[in-house]
Write a protein that binds this ligand. Structure first.
Ligand code: NAG
Ligand code: NAG
Ligand code: NAG
Ligand code: NAG
Length: 402
């Protein structure tokens, strides 16, 4: 799957600064934020410079969860019911949808946007009531589970090339689970904070803590899911988010006996876990797919150690031979075409689940930035300044949510 984003940008401000610096040197200025992330993140030289050991304290700091942030959820579920998404198919939508905000910090005015699709009713196997609850997280850091997970990957709808109409995804995960898509941390997608300072304080620990607060409050809003078998799934940088959230939930459950979130399992795909093997594996993949030469991979093997803080000039020059791969093709899907025209098309092209359309990001972007869509989804109720975007990196006025 095209989970764009990979590695570990742990210091948000620093990342923005370095992004600016690197785009002035050898990385071309990207036109789209997704490209921005790819170009930034897949330059391991840039990557290594961001890596900081500040990730390490997470395990201890999570034992101190802000469990006091419980807010009244009375009447909110009903308000969040999505009657119908603009452009959704007239038939075949045999499930309920909800969307709205859950406050995770009332004092600072921080609220996370979620989109929830209940399990489809299908014959005798029961509907939502008999199925587990699954939380889906995209990565980045800074990318939207609504834009990618829900609208391009495992959600019930895909956006047509006109940016207006939706079609059904026959492989949607809500055939087997009630799926909750969460935009986190603050500053990602429609999620926001009224305290601007929050954006520069994002990080793994805070994300995990806020996500527990989100979940506990969400379960108050949807009490029928309390105690339900619960799974967390995600991809890419969610290789960090998912296990960290699981850890935070276990800590929460220890402190709040009788209120437990019934966590059954986690699953991560194409996950960012370990720079050393992730990055060298990527270059080996390039080589075994004839994207870089024998000489280049030998030089990389000889000169590079991708574990933390081990940049070296000899590795840098070995990597020069691999630079062209980025930008010339979609490294997440090397056999797919690139998007050559970002316009939406009306009437829409014939949609196809089987044949990946590399311009899908632009259709989703158009759709989610449509005022009627936002209204139907109960999103952007506070009239945020910036547009919705799939990843929040690349615009210095926005946080990157590392
Ligand atoms: C943020 O501020 C807006 C405008 O004052 C307000 O309507 C909204 O409820 C605030 N958000 C939170 C989570 O408190
Ligand atoms: C890379 O460096 C790390 C830390 O210095 C070291 O533990 C590891 O063994 C090195 N890897 C290789 C393949 O040399
Ligand atoms: C992109 O597609 C639009 C809509 O189909 C078309 O009007 C436009 O000319 C195309 N642009 C380029 C550069 O091909
Ligand atoms: C929110 O709404 C405002 C006003 O309509 C719009 O300018 C802005 O782009 C929207 N922001 C998001 C994140 O959707």
């Amino acid at each position: 799957m095209r989970n764009r984003i990979f590695p570990c940008l742990l210091l948000s401000l620093l990342t923005v600064l370095l992004f600016k610096a690197s785009s002035q040197t050898h990385i071309p200025v990207p036109k789209h934020q997704t490209d921005a992330l790819n170009k930034l993140i897949f330059d391991p030289r840039t990557l290594r410079r961001h890596v900081s050991t500040t990730a390490k304290p997470i395990l201890t700091s999570l034992s101190n969860l802000p469990v006091s942030k419980m807010y009244s959820q009375v009447g909110q579920k009903e308000n969040d019911k999505i009657v119908k998404l603009p452009g959704q198919p007239e038939t075949g939508v045999n499930f309920d949808q909800y969307g709205g905000y859950v406050t995770v910090d009332a004092e600072r005015g921080r609220a996370f946007y979620y989109y929830f699709v209940e399990a489809a009713t299908r014959g005798s196997d029961g509907g939502a009531d008999s199925k587990p609850l699954l939380l889906w997280l995209n990565g980045g850091p800074g990318c939207s589970s609504l834009g990618y997970g829900a609208m391009e990957e495992l959600g019930p709808f895909r956006v047509m090339s006109d940016g207006k109409n939706l079609y059904l995804n026959p492989f949607s995960w809500n055939k087997v689970a009630n799926v909750l898509f969460l935009e986190s941390p603050a500053g990602v997608g429609f999620s926001y904070s009224n305290t601007t300072e929050d954006y520069s304080q994002n990080g793994d620990t805070k994300t995990a803590q806020d996500n527990v607060v989100f979940l506990v409050n969400w379960l108050e809003r949807f009490p029928e899911y309390k105690g339900r078998d619960f799974y967390i799934a995600g991809e890419s940088y969610a290789g960090h988010y998912v296990p960290q959230l699981a850890h935070a939930i276990l800590a929460y459950n220890r402190q709040n006996k009788g209120q437990s979130i019934n966590l059954k399992g986690i699953t991560i795909g194409n996950a960012v876990i370990n720079d050393d093997t992730d990055t060298s594996g990527m270059y080996d993949f390039f080589w075994t797919h004839a994207l870089i030469s024998d000489e280049t991979i030998s030089a990389i093997h000889k000169n590079c150690n991708f574990s933390l803080d081990s940049a070296s000039p000899s590795c840098d020059s070995a990597l020069d031979g691999a630079d062209t791969v980025f930008g010339n093709l979609d490294i997440y899907n090397i056999y797919a075409p690139l998007c050559m025209n970002q316009s939406t098309t009306s009437p829409p092209k014939r949609p196809s689940i089987e044949h990946f359309d590399p311009c899908s990001d632009y259709y989703v972007d158009a759709y989610l930035n449509t005022p009627e869509v936002q209204e139907a989804m109960h999103a952007n109720v506070t009239k945020l300044e910036q547009r919705w975007s799939s990843c929040s990196l690349g615009n210095p006025s926005r946080p990157i949510g590392s």
